[in-house]
Design a protein around this ligand. Sequence first.
Ligand code: HEM
Length: 430
Amino acid sequence: MRLSPFDEPYLTDPALVWRRVLAEPGGVFHDPALGLWLIGSHAHVRRALADPSAFGNALTLAPIYDVCPEALEIIMRIDAPPTTAAADPPVHPRTRRALRATFANTPDRVERRYGPIVRRRVDELVSRLVAREGERVDLIAEFTAELPLLVLLDLLGVPERDIGRVRAWADGQIALIWGRPDPAEQVRLARSLLEFWHYCQQLVQDRLDDGGTGEDYVSLALAYRNGDDEVLTLAEVASIVFNLLVAGHETTAGLLAHAVDQALSVPGRWHAMAADPSRIPAFLTETLRVAPAIDGWLRVTRRPVTLGDVTIPAGERCLLLIGAANRDPSVFADPDRFEPARPDGSEHLSFGHGPHFCIGAALARLEAGIALARLTSTIPGLRLTPGHRRSYKPNVAFRAHRELPAIVRIGPPVGPPAVPEPAGAEAPAA
Ligand code: HEM
């Protein structure tokens, strides 16, 4: 069984491949071309996410291919200590405690702490779209990728003038780790990642120098640390920032893009959400299930692990196919059907599961919920551009649209959607 994640069929409709993975007995394979074990069934993916004694995170942020020596030499100079996605016990429980204490992660706290920032940024971006009435816009560049990044810069206290650099660094990191860059590109991306790491270190140093008394995340983390390296070292604070700037941006951008795409490509969905915003949370949950922003995530076996009839040796890298697990028919009835009212939707694994469960899940849902409510009510006639063919960036972890062209129309919708629904998600209007 081969995944061929960089080939057109997978990039256009990964659900076809996930169906094949799920149809094989056990749903666990070795893909020799990728050098990864593929794990697809919901039960196995859930277990791997939740069991750090068997499935470690040490290589979760290491490139999936053999990096060329010149790029490797640069990567080795990035001395960011593992804190979140790449940390295992005993470090991870300590850094996770720090994250929980400093980053709001329940719906109530997120609304209180981050709600005003999110609303201000949504209003700003929606107003910019409204000003383009009648024009063609790219919803990715002008809304879905922009909002989470602006919110994150506000939360972390990063100057807005640096948005272009941070965007390029974050995109570059994702391409370097989970993409397929050629050697020259690897070197360029490795240099950019080193620069990004130095930037995060400097951000922490600047907060230290100015006393760090603000409400921004870096100041809060420094206050939590209170000068005690046993709690968190300064390098660990910088490393958490380094991780948040990527983890909190491309992911939420993906959720927003997939949700807008699902909503605009089936008659009635956009209008139904404008008329009744209480439909939005279930719509987002179903978008997370059917079109996860992260559809594959890495672990490495820390000892031989038996899943069903297959034993994976120690030290093997595994790609947990979250997208396949979310369509496992043993958990989800009629799994390819996009059905926001389904009772089993929240069993999806799109935010992970267990000790590494996404710390930003509540923030992502808040951002996407406010954004969809404002977009549907303010631009009821928004339409995808006729003839648009979806295409996604080549990546084994992040499923990101290259563009989502649309026509801004403030008045009521005219005619049926001009672009068919994304592949593998058939359903009537919400
Ligand atoms: C739709 C949006 C998002 C998706 C789909 C998503 C998905 C994920 C996934 C799959 C994991 C790995 C869980 C695991 O290994 O078990 C994760 C972890 C993480 N996410 Fe998110 N994420 C999203 C938004 C965010 C946001 C907004 C932030 C912060 C601003 C964030 C910060 C993190 C961090 C720090 C971790 C590592 C947690 C740990 O290792 O303890 N994420 N996320």
